[in-house]
Design a protein around this ligand. Structure first.
Ligand SMILES: [Zn+2]
Length: 706
């Protein structure tokens, strides 16, 4: 599902560059091992190619392949057989999970002085051969309830709590009404939940042309942006509560696991929710009366938006969902490590798509197959990775990270003991601009590796292109920034169970661009070939970069994790949250000294361990490196608190989780920040204490390597 990494590039920070390695040096490798590693890596990067990447994408996007269907199964078999043809052992891994499809396309009627039937499908676009495919999924939301409701319509902007407060102030009550909200500023599951909480009986979500339509540029097929008759499908699961199969929270969806009744699942909405295109939204919104809305509520349609709510403009929304336990198929392949078989580097990408999914997610699947093909070749030439590498092709990510969550829940104990890192790739390519999110301990590693992969368009390194763009987009007057920012992991893709449930260091990345066809029928091979990556150069770059990252983590003598960046990041998060606490007059209700001193101790220990690691690598002191590597791997686990976050025990990471009202975006120092937003001084105190405890555990783990 993951979208718009590109935004991360617009924010830049100042960190001095201190890369003084010689040409052949690689962080974590002794000088003689670095030379060998570099040769293997160069051999690897010569293997992924445009023709092969293009063919994978063509093959994977031939049919709509929504999770649990025969067409989805066919893509699993394609991926498995490709992996096997490269000499890797690969198998399907099945789960039985709760999924919905529309029995029939949803019915939407505008009722004024007459009844007008409105479209709930996307139009055929001349020129795009796949847009007339007979099996294109109608517009619907994953995990919407079934229902048949008729009521006055209220326009509720982005559908966030403050939008409803604004409406209330304007005298508009949404209770018993159908709300129409626009995409943007929050995950769509948040929009459904807040609508339900405010008493709405139905929720319609549309793509405003201001967001990804004609206000951005030419629309498809002339340009890459969303055409008028296009809508955004997507899940409305409350994934900020818990992701995965709604009926087996925290447990794998396999035989023997007791299942909740659907009405017991707390991550499902009870109201019908329906996405629509903006030409349909135009028909509805242009009829609305009631108070004129302020500037923050206005969008890109050619009239002033009103709140509605009057009884002379009603909608009928009927959704008819076929809910069942359905089989989904992950594909898992592994290359056993030569020296440390029980240390795993896990690479994951989802395969299921709402329709064809050329960008989201199959650009990533194509890149994954190219990485695997490359590794297969290297193995034949005698490459022996030190650690185990696992490739995962996830299913049902679009419904709520289902395939990855079930697998992580099933293998939880083993992953806790063995996983060094999880490297995610979702929508790998929609343009030429690199962006990344990760835990801070891997920032230097990501930056360092991007220096060694060429950006296809400029011929510079990916690193250079990334930094140049960050500088171009830096805020006015900010002269001394030197590096592009790596974002915080929230949710919205498959790293969530690894990082936020199990405490495994994770990364997510991709090349972004003008991507206006997210979750539509036009996210097709044709779109990619024409707009996203003509020539497939960036698919190759994505494979080269992802593969190089995996090789380094798998082969390094001393794992290239640096926790000093984590400490710096924590200090910044804390400073920012304290600023909010002061604004809200909450700063006096707790003591900030334990946190400050826990971070100070953390910095000291992280700096010491970094020195020790460099020295042990230089001396090839393997006994010491084993202790250091274990500490580096296990330190992230210590951010996990088994009690979970307040009101959502599945999320256990004390620093990173999606916010209740962002849904995708991270809300760092999650519970502490939430308590401040809630102006709850008791919760503020308690959540800060838990964070301090977690940081102390991390520091202790790093110290254990001494
Ligand atoms: Zn995706």
């Amino acid at each position: 599902m993951k979208t718009i990494l590109i935004l991360l590039l617009l924010v830049v920070i100042t960190i001095p560059t201190s890369l003084t390695f010689a040409q052949t040096a690689i962080d974590g490798f002794s000088s003689e091992r670095a030379a060998a590693e570099r040769r293997w890596e160069e051999q690897f990067r010569a293997i992924p190619n445009q023709k092969s990447a293009r063919e994978h994408l063509r093959r994977l996007t031939l049919e709509p392949h929504i999770a649990g269907t025969k067409e989805d199964y066919d893509t699993a078999i394609y991926v498995r057989d490709q992996l096997r043809s490269y000499g890797l052992s690969a198998d399907l891994k099945e789960y039985e999970v709760w999924l919905n499809y529309p029995n029939t396309p949803s019915l939407l009627e505008l009722i004024t002085t007459r009844r007008q039937r409105l479209n709930t499908h996307e139009a055929v676009v001349p020129g795009d051969p796949s847009s007339s495919h007979p099996k294109i999924t109608p517009l619907f939301n994953g995990y919407s309830a079934s229902g048949d409701v008729t009521a006055p319509v209220v326009y509720a902007n982005y559908g966030l709590p403050n939008d409803y407060e604004d409406l209330k102030k304007a005298g508009v009550d949404v209770k018993g009404k159908i709300v129409i909200v626009r995409y943007g500023n929050s995950f769509r599951g948040v929009k459904a939940k807040v609508a339900e909480q405010n008493g709405a009986i139905g929720c319609i979500i549309y793509s405003d042309p201001e967001d990804d339509g004609y206000m951005q540029g030419d629309v498809f097929p002339k340009g890459p942006w969303r055409p008028v008759a296009s809508g955004q499908r997507g899940s409305v699961q409350y994934l900020f509560d818990y992701p995965g199969d709604p009926l087996t929270p925290g447990k794998p969806a396999i035989a023997g696991t007791p299942r909740l009744k659907p009405e017991e699942a707390t991550d499902l909405t009870r109201i019908p929710v329906q996405p629509i295109a903006y030409d349909v939204a135009r028909t509805i919104l242009s009829q609305l009366k009631g108070p004129l809305r302020p500037r923050g509520f206005q969008g890109g349609l050619p009239f002033a938006y009103h709140a509605g709510g009057t009884s002379d403009v009603k909608l009928r929304l009927k959704t008819d969902m076929d809910y069942k336990l359905r089989t989904i198929w992950n594909v898992v392949a592994r290359i056993d490590g030569n020296e440390e078989k029980d240390r795993w580097v896990v690479l994951g990408n989802h395969r299921d798509a709402w329709v064809f999914g050329a960008v989201d997610p199959n650009s990533g699947s194509s890149a994954m197959l190219e990485v695997a093909r490359g590794f297969g070749e290297l193995l034949k030439q005698g490459w022996k990775p030190r650690r185990t590498i696992i490739f995962c092709s996830w299913d049902a990510e679009e419904y709520g990270l289902v395939g990855s969550t079930e697998w992580a829940e099933e293998l939880a104990d083993e992953l806790r003991q063995k996983a060094v890192a999880y490297l995610n790739l979702d929508a790998a390519v929609s343009g030429p601009h690199f962006g990344a999110s990760s835990v801070p301990s891997l920032w230097k590693f990501i930056r360092g590796t991007t220096r060694d992969v060429k950006d296809p368009k400029t011929g510079k390194s990916v690193y250079q292109q990334w930094q140049d763009r960050a500088r171009e987009n830096r805020p006015e007057g900010d002269q001394n920034l030197s590096e592009a920012r790596i974002g915080a992991l929230g949710s919205g893709s498959d790293y969530t169970p690894f990082l936020q449930h199990l405490g495994i260091a994770s990364t997510d990345m991709g090349f972004g661009g003008d991507y206006g066809v997210y979750h539509s029928a036009y996210d097709s091979f044709y779109w990619m070939d024409r707009f996203g990556d003509p020539g497939f150069h960036y698919h190759v770059a994505a494979a080269q970069l992802w593969g190089t990252l995996a090789m380094r983590l798998a082969d390094a003598d001393g794992l290239p994790f640096d926790y000093t960046d984590y400490a710096t990041q924590l200090r910044d998060f804390f400073t920012e949250t304290m600023r909010l606490a002061r604004i809200r007059n909450l700063a006096a209700s707790f003591d900030d000294k334990p946190m400050t001193s826990a971070i100070d101790d953390f910095v000291k220990e992280a700096e010491q361990l970094e020195k020790d690691r460099q020295e042990a690598v230089r001396k090839s002191d393997h006994a010491r490196l084993t202790r250091i590597n274990d500490a580096l791997m296990l330190a992230e686990r210590q951010f996990i608190d088994a009690r979970g976050l307040r009101g959502r025990p599945w999320y256990r990471h004390q620093i990173y989780a999606p916010g209740f009202y962002t849904g995708y975006a991270a809300q760092p120092l999650t519970d502490f920040r939430q308590a401040i937003d809630d102006r709850n001084s008791a919760n503020t105190k308690e959540s800060l204490e838990r964070i301090v405890e977690a940081i102390k555990r991390v520091t202790k783990t790093l110290k254990a390597a001494d």
